[in-house]
Write a protein that binds this ligand. Structure first.
Ligand code: SAH
Length: 204
C-alpha cells in the first residue's frame, strides 16, 4: 500500500511512510477481507461515515510537517486510523468526534494498540477544543462550507491547519492554512471528497 499508492504518488516524508507501514489498517475496518482494508479507496466504518483513502491520510499528514514535538487537534476521530498516525508522529493528539459509538470503539482499539498519547472528546469539533489550545497543528477529516472560526482562533502562531472545504456533495478542495501572527496564509492542495462536517460555526 505504502509503495504503490503513497510513495509512488509523491509522498516523501519518510516518517509518514514508515509509520503507515507499521499501522495495521485492517484493525480499523470491519466486515471486509484483510487485503481490502489496504485498497486505494475509502471504506465504510458504519454510522454513515468512512475511513479515508490511505493516500488522502498520507497527504494530509505530510502537509502538517510533524517532527514529534507538536500538540495536534484532530476533528473527526472516526475509525482512529488517522489518529494513530498522528499519535505516532506528534507529541500528543486531542481528537474530537460527534458520534459517541465511534469514539468508544476507537478509544478501545487505540488503547489495545498501545497509543497512550491520545485524548478523546465526544462533541462538536467545529467549535475546536478550547481547553487544550492553542494547537501547533489542526487536522479536520470532514468537509465544511467554510473554515469554522474557532479552529483558526485555536491555531498557534506558526501553526498549520489542514481542512477540506466546499460543498459536501460536489466540489471540495483541501486547504492548507499557516498562521503567521494574525495572518492566515492559505494554499489550495488537491480536490477531494469527504463526509460533511456537522457544524454550528462557519466563516473565517
Ligand atoms: N479520519 C477518520 C475520518 C472519519 S470520517 C477516519 O479515517 O476514519 C469523518 C468523521 O467526522 C466522522 O466520524 C464524523 O462522525 C465526524 N464528524 C462530522 N462532523 C463532526 C463534528 N462537527 N465534530 C466532530 N466530528 C465530526
Amino acid at each position: 500500500m505504502v509503495r504503490t499508492q503513497i510513495a509512488s504518488r509523491g509522498i516523501r516524508d519518510q516518517r509518514v511512510l514508515d509509520a503507515m507501514s507499521r499501522i495495521p489498517r485492517h484493525h480499523f475496518v470491519s466486515g471486509v477481507r484483510t487485503f481490502e482494508a489496504y485498497g486505494d479507496f475509502p471504506l465504510s466504518i458504519g454510522h454513515g461515515q468512512t475511513i479515508s483513502q490511505p493516500y488522502m491520510v498520507a497527504l494530509m499528514t505530510e502537509e502538517l510537517h510533524l517532527r514529534g514535538e507538536e500538540r495536534v487537534l484532530e476533528i473527526g476521530t472516526g475509525s482512529g486510523y488517522q489518529t494513530a498516525l498522528l499519535a505516532e508522529l506528534a507529541q500528543i493528539v486531542y481528537t474530537v468526534e460527534l458520534i459517541p459509538a465511534l469514539t468508544k470503539r476507537t478509544q478501545k482499539l487505540l488503547n489495545e494498540l498501545g497509543y497512550a498519547n491520545v485524548v478523546y472528546r465526544i462533541g462538536d469539533g467545529s467549535e475546536g477544543w478550547d481547553k487544550h489550545g492553542p494547537y501547533d497543528r489542526i487536522l479536520v477529516a470532514a468537509a465544511a462550507p467554510t473554515i469554522p472560526r474557532p479552529l483558526t482562533t485555536q491555531l498557534a502562531d506558526n501553526g498549520i491547519l489542514v481542512i477540506p472545504v466546499g460543498d459536501s456533495r460536489h466540489y471540495q478542495i483541501l486547504l492548507v492554512v499557516r498562521r503567521i501572527g494574525n495572518r492566515f496564509d492559505t494554499r489550495e492542495s488537491i480536490s477531494c471528497r469527504f463526509v460533511p462536517l456537522v457544524q454550528k460555526h462557519s466563516a473565517y
